[in-house]
Design a protein around this ligand. Structure first.
Ligand SMILES: CC(C)(COP(=O)(O)OP(=O)(O)OC[C@H]1O[C@@H](n2cnc3c(N)ncnc32)[C@H](O)[C@@H]1OP(=O)(O)O)[C@@H](O)C(=O)NCCC(=O)NCCS
Length: 217
């Protein structure tokens, strides 16, 4: 069963002029545009479910911005091709799918990511972080929050926000993130000047990170 939360945990992590739609639980079978169905036809049932739920949520969020239903196919590097004047981001993990969209006049780009609330598999943190980032993580309060996963997820969110602007692959290790225990993170990206502050939160076993890039210039 799926619970959709139009203004739930994700919306609390993003500015009020960002429109969010999210679903907890097993994804519903939504409706795809014929071109989307053709794109995803040969993938696994799990991937088709995630892709379909994400499109259903994205169209719902885009409708709030005044965009009529349209196909949302992946563009270069995998980021969705958003309608003209819109920017957005999609994430899916077991038990959670979400989309955030905004007008490009308000925010240059968005990045969201979701991960299960558990530590990263052995070896991943060393691959994606610097010694200084690991030192800072070690200084965060000991508790139930897997700080390594917050760091990883924040880097994925930053990657998703910047890649559609630069179309340049960037190793996660090259993106610098400082996680703060107050539910925020700050980040720097080698190919984009202003990242600003993102937010993270945990709900129903899912860790979610999100940020909106401010307009430049
Ligand atoms: C692209 C990437 C960020 C996707 O993240 P993920 O955690 O695997 O998957 P999520 O479910 O959170 O997000 C998938 C969605 O991200 C979006 N996406 C994919 N590529 C993207 C890109 N280049 N830019 C922005 N968004 C992208 C898509 O909307 C996709 O969903 P869809 O295919 O249904 O439309 C990730 O695979 C990646 O390439 N990370 C950076 C590179 C890296 O260093 N990886 C090594 C990790 S050890």
């Amino acid at each position: 069963m799926t619970t959709t939360v139009p203004t739930g945990v994700l919306a609390a992590l993003l500015p009020p002029d960002v429109h969010c739609a999210e679903a907890f639980g097993a994804p519903d079978v939504g409706r795809l545009h014929p071109s989307e169905a053709a794109y995803i036809r040969d993938r696994s049932p799990r991937r088709r479910q995630q892709f379909t739920t994400a499109r259903t949520l994205a169209r719902r969020a885009l409708a709030e911005l005044g965009h009529p239903p349209a196909p949302l196919l992946p563009g270069p590097g995998g980021a969705p091709r958003w309608p003209s004047g819109a920017a957005g981001s999609i994430t899916h993990t077991d038990g959670y799918t979400a989309c955030a969209v905004t007008s490009t006049g308000r925010h240059l780009s968005l990045g969201i990511d979701a991960e299960p609330v558990r530590p990263l598999p052995h070896g991943v943190l060393d691959l994606v972080s610097s010694a200084e980032e690991r030192r800072r993580l070690a200084g965060l309060p000991v508790g139930t929050t897997p700080w390594d996963t917050v760091l990883f997820s924040a880097k994925e969110a930053v990657y998703k926000a910047v890649h559609p602007l630069t179309r340049t692959w960037t190793a996660l290790a090259a993106i610098t993130v400082a996680v703060h225990s107050d539910g925020t993170f700050t980040a720097a990206h080698p190919h984009h000047p202003v990242i600003g502050t993102g937010r993270w939160g945990v709900r129903r076993g899912v860790l979610i990170t999100a940020l909106a890039l401010p307009p430049t210039g």
